[in-house]
Design a protein around this ligand. Sequence first.
Ligand SMILES: Nc1ncnc2c1ncn2[C@@H]1O[C@H](COP(=O)(O)OP(=O)(O)OP(=O)(O)O)[C@@H](O)[C@H]1O
Ligand SMILES: [Mg+2]
Length: 311
Amino acid sequence: MVIKKIPPLEGKKKPRIYQPETEPKTGTAANRAAGQQNNEDLDCLLSELNSLIGMSKVKGLVREIKDYISIQQQRRAIGLMAEPLVLHMIFKGNPGTGKTTVARILGKAFASMGLLSKGHLTEVERADLVGEYIGHTALKTREMIKKSIGGILFIDEAYSLARGGEKDFGKEAIDTLVKAMEDHKEDLILILAGYRGEMEAFLRSNPGLRSRFPIHMEFPDYKIEELVEIAVLLTKNREYILTFGAKEKIREILYRDADRGDLAMGNARYIRNLVEGAMRKQAVRLAKEKNITKKALMTLEGQDILEALEK
Ligand SMILES: Nc1ncnc2c1ncn2[C@@H]1O[C@H](COP(=O)(O)OP(=O)(O)OP(=O)(O)O)[C@@H](O)[C@H]1O
Ligand SMILES: [Mg+2]
């Protein structure tokens, strides 16, 4: 069973803007420094991307774009035509499969490659774009587009824009977005995200739309062993260690969920919540002790995982 999120009707969440850590620099010497800095940033981002579990297609795409840019630069240097890249994308996948995580890294990586001027990610949903009266939607949508120029505009549950059919203001939002994709294609990437089935239906209902998105990316549900690896990665990134027993507990829990048919529930987010819950349980377990060792401070045990599950 896959638990589906109900598309929210009105804005509960505020649009989220993730800023990259480094601002673009200007001036010749500064440009050189910025160039070097950008390469370092890019290496750093690529290793962040590569450290994600699975995602071979996304990793392949980024390598492809990086090579393409380098070849275009060489073509331009000897006077050959160099085509600009259109990088609008569709992300299809269940909750917790890493769509937002990837979009955030892509924004920063594309900025280091010089494809975007800022690389920030503006994450919005239907309520941030669709208004309540005629004209309101175009205004709201344009406002979000303005905020996202230089980076990525990421629309979660994008199919909900087509929910109400012809008379719905969602259509006005789509039309405004389509215009912006064209007008700002040099410095704005639009990513529409949502469940695979719904996104397919959405694209079928807007025949002109599919061809405007040259990149379609599938985010499959994680397999059990990938989820265990994600648990190891998430703990390592936070300077914790899972004991053999803790890893086995996570594996057991996941096999049990799979038997019940609800493994896809929450995907990597489920693992993150479980690991974070275990960190709190470890804290409660340790707080009673005196002279706690570094090893103990870092270790999550099977018991912490079990207690986190029972919470
Ligand atoms: N491949 C991965 N490797 C490591 N961690 C991951 C991976 N995929 C997702 N995560 C972690 O899982 C959590 C959820 O991921 P994310 O928010 O990107 O999912 P999502 O697909 O955007 O979900 P939703 O559709 O619910 O917004 C994040 O904390 C992220 O760091
Ligand atoms: Mg998300």
